[in-house]
Design a protein around this ligand. Structure first.
Ligand SMILES: [Zn+2]
Length: 73
Protein backbone atom coordinates (compact mmCIF):
# COMPACT_ATOMS: atom_id res chain seq x y z
CA UNK A 1 0.00 0.00 0.00
CA UNK A 2 2.59 2.52 1.11
CA UNK A 3 5.04 1.37 -1.52
CA UNK A 4 2.41 1.75 -4.22
CA UNK A 5 1.66 5.26 -3.05
CA UNK A 6 5.32 6.18 -3.06
CA UNK A 7 5.65 4.89 -6.59
CA UNK A 8 2.71 6.98 -7.68
CA UNK A 9 4.23 10.07 -6.10
CA UNK A 10 7.49 9.26 -7.77
CA UNK A 11 5.88 8.97 -11.18
CA UNK A 12 4.01 12.26 -10.94
CA UNK A 13 7.09 14.02 -9.69
CA UNK A 14 8.79 14.22 -13.08
CA UNK A 15 6.86 17.10 -14.62
CA UNK A 16 6.25 18.94 -11.39
CA UNK A 17 7.76 22.34 -10.81
CA UNK A 18 9.69 23.25 -7.71
CA UNK A 19 8.66 26.24 -5.59
CA UNK A 20 11.54 28.23 -7.06
CA UNK A 21 10.40 27.52 -10.62
CA UNK A 22 6.85 28.48 -9.75
CA UNK A 23 8.04 31.74 -8.17
CA UNK A 24 9.91 32.54 -11.37
CA UNK A 25 6.74 32.01 -13.43
CA UNK A 26 4.28 33.57 -11.02
CA UNK A 27 4.46 37.14 -12.41
CA UNK A 28 3.68 35.91 -15.88
CA UNK A 29 0.97 33.60 -14.61
CA UNK A 30 -0.79 36.39 -12.71
CA UNK A 31 -0.52 38.80 -15.64
CA UNK A 32 -2.09 36.28 -17.99
CA UNK A 33 -4.79 35.62 -15.44
CA UNK A 34 -5.60 39.32 -15.09
CA UNK A 35 -5.76 39.64 -18.87
CA UNK A 36 -8.43 36.97 -18.84
CA UNK A 37 -6.30 34.31 -20.50
CA UNK A 38 -6.93 30.65 -19.80
CA UNK A 39 -3.93 30.21 -17.48
CA UNK A 40 -4.91 26.71 -16.51
CA UNK A 41 -4.47 25.63 -20.11
CA UNK A 42 -1.41 27.81 -20.77
CA UNK A 43 0.52 26.98 -17.60
CA UNK A 44 -1.03 23.82 -16.18
CA UNK A 45 2.03 22.92 -14.13
CA UNK A 46 1.95 26.22 -12.28
CA UNK A 47 -1.75 25.81 -11.66
CA UNK A 48 -1.12 22.28 -10.42
CA UNK A 49 1.60 23.42 -8.07
CA UNK A 50 -0.61 26.19 -6.65
CA UNK A 51 -3.25 23.58 -5.91
CA UNK A 52 -0.87 21.48 -3.84
CA UNK A 53 1.48 24.06 -2.32
CA UNK A 54 0.08 26.41 0.29
CA UNK A 55 3.16 28.66 0.33
CA UNK A 56 3.09 29.32 -3.38
CA UNK A 57 -0.66 29.76 -3.36
CA UNK A 58 -0.37 32.50 -0.73
CA UNK A 59 2.35 34.12 -2.80
CA UNK A 60 0.08 33.93 -5.83
CA UNK A 61 -2.89 35.48 -4.01
CA UNK A 62 -0.73 38.33 -2.69
CA UNK A 63 0.64 39.03 -6.16
CA UNK A 64 -2.79 38.83 -7.74
CA UNK A 65 -4.20 41.26 -5.18
CA UNK A 66 -1.28 43.67 -5.67
CA UNK A 67 -1.56 43.67 -9.46
CA UNK A 68 -5.35 43.87 -9.46
CA UNK A 69 -5.09 46.87 -7.14
CA UNK A 70 -2.56 48.56 -9.44
CA UNK A 71 -4.80 48.04 -12.43
CA UNK A 72 -7.76 49.52 -10.60
CA UNK A 73 -5.93 52.80 -9.99
ZN1 LIG B 1 5.50 25.78 -3.88
Amino acid sequence: MTLKLLKMLDMTHEDELSCGEVHALLDEYVELKLRGEDVEALMPLVKYHLDICRDCFEEYEALLAALAFEESL
